[in-house]
Design a protein around this ligand. Structure first.
Ligand code: AMP
Ligand code: ZN
Ligand code: ZN
Length: 444
């Protein structure tokens, strides 16, 4: 009898510590507003988004990875690695093993496109449920896993439907409830491309999304009785472009069947195994890289060859997708091919190197029990969001054969608790002393 009592007590302790452990875990909601420039915060003063920033944490600027396109950046946010490591190096590129051109969303047809694990895969591997109402490549099966809930991408699904579903997920009983929820909104980006950053259409798109964010926060406060951290990000900002600065790629180079060109609008990629063709193409390109106007020389684009890519692109790897040459436009120049100039991208675009185009900086705003209030952190790179998510979800370091590039350091001043960093492989002596120093400063 004594033994049975002992066993029952043990089971009770194990069970209660388990449930306690579960209860301790916050739910994390990650929202992405595509193309929401950091400048929009001061330019359009969106009431609810600014309220969220004041009640939580924001950054002076979230730095996109190169190129500042939608897919590479969304994948870097959820994997913590630069594009060459996660595989989606642009919205369009060529894969020399799959022998196909990538197009947005193609990961669901072949898992070889993706070479790093998104946070939802790592969570599902560790029995943490996830729900994604659109996020680039969230439909793909990766390492045998998919999010518990996900939808096939449909741009026309109204934004309020996505928000309502998030609330419904948050209301599920604890056992069924996803602990990581993410969603994506394209309306601000679309208006920025078509009408430009100063347009009434961008103003309206921001107002609409701001209203929805306000409603979401209000409903979480009123209807949800467990802890929720909400993180609002964007992938990049928006730069002004002009049709008069559009360059026809076909007018720059004589093409032959030994080179493959993939146009990415703000840069184009050249793939070839033939050294001579590459050299000839390079010579041709360099002749028209600059133009003279009003006694001034204007650089229209820069030509980079593999092995000499700027370090901050993190492109110099043996990857099967990295091109042999990158022709990178200087804003407001942009490229088109096959006589097709997009009417949807007439006034604004992104993809340029954000190191030289601050209007491409993105936003990061986070509010909830894990975050301090009224903190503004310095600029940081979007790859650093991944270790933050790992920390908030209390996930264990996954066994992967690559190193995560993102570091949590820049976000430590924003956090209420920093005790589980070693679980995600983030505790180093440097970091520990850094944390202690930052905590000391915060107490002052
Ligand atoms: P960008 O050209 O970089 O501005 O990319 C934005 C485009 O990506 C928008 O037209 C979106 O509708 C599209 N998009 C966003 N998410 C997805 C997705 N999960 N699958 C396919 N397309 C998407
Ligand atoms: Zn985007
Ligand atoms: Zn866009």
């Amino acid at each position: 009898m004594k033994y049975i009592n002992f066993v029952l007590v043990c089971i009770f302790i194990t069970f209660s510590s388990c449930t306690q452990n579960r209860v301790e875990k916050n739910t994390v909601v990650l929202l992405s507003i595509d193309g929401f420039a950091h400048d929009y915060l001061s330019k359009y003063m969106p009431e609810n988004i600014l309220k969220m920033a004041n009640e939580g944490v924001q950054t002076k600027g979230l730095k996109p990875v190169f190129p500042s396109k939608t897919f590479p950046n969304h994948l870097s946010i959820v994997t913590g690695v630069y594009p060459a490591k996660h595989g989606i190096i642009h919205n369009q590129f060529y894969h020399s093993i799959i022998k196909q051109k990538y197009q947005m969303g193609k990961g669901k047809y072949d898992e070889r496109w993706l070479t790093a694990l998104p946070i939802w895969t790592i969570a599902e591997q560790q029995d943490v449920k996830t729900a994604i109402y659109f996020w680039p490549e969230s439909e793909a099966e990766i390492a045998g896993y998919r999010p518990t809930h996900f939808y096939e991408y449909n741009e026309s699904t109204p934004n309020n439907v996505r928000i309502n579903q998030i609330i419904n997920w948050l209301k599920l009983p604890q056992k069924k409830r996803p602990q990581f929820i993410a969603s994506y909104f394209s309306t601000v980006d679309t208006a920025g491309h078509k009408y430009g950053v100063d347009s009434p259409q961008v103003k309206q798109a921001i107002k609409d999304i701001d209203t929805l964010i306000g409603e979401l926060n209000q409903r979480i406060a009123q209807e949800i009785d467990h802890d929720v951290d909400v993180i609002l990000v964007s992938d990049h900002g928006m730069a002004k472009i002009e049709q008069t600065h559009a360059i026809d790629i076909d007018s720059l180079i004589t093409q032959n069947n030994k080179i493959r060109i993939v146009n990415g609008e703000t840069q184009f990629f050249i793939y070839s195994n033939d050294e001579k063709s590459l050299n000839d193409t390079r010579t041709q390109l360099l002749k028209s890289a600059s133009v003279s106007a009003n006694n001034k020389t204007q650089t229209r684009f820069k030509v980079y060859s593999k092995g000499n890519y700027p370090e901050h692109w993190h492109y110099d790897t043996n990857s099967v997708v990295i091109p042999d040459m990158v022709v990178d436009a200087i804003a407001p120049y942009n490229f088109y091919k096959d006589k097709v100039y997009s009417n949807e991208h007439k006034e604004g675009t992104h993809g340029y190197d954000s190191k030289f185009n601050k209007e491409l900086n993105a936003i990061f705003i986070a509010k909830g029990p894990s975050f301090k209030q009224g903190v503004v952190v310095d600029e940081f790179e979007n790859i650093d969001i991944f270790p933050l998510l790992m920390h908030l979800l209390k996930l264990d370091k996954p066994s992967v054969d690559y190193e995560v590039d993102g570091k949590i350091d820049s976000l430590i001043p924003a956090l209420n608790e920093t005790t589980n960093l070693e679980r995600i492989g983030l505790e180093s002596n440097d970091l520990k002393s850094n944390v202690l120093e930052l905590e000391k400063q915060a107490k002052k």
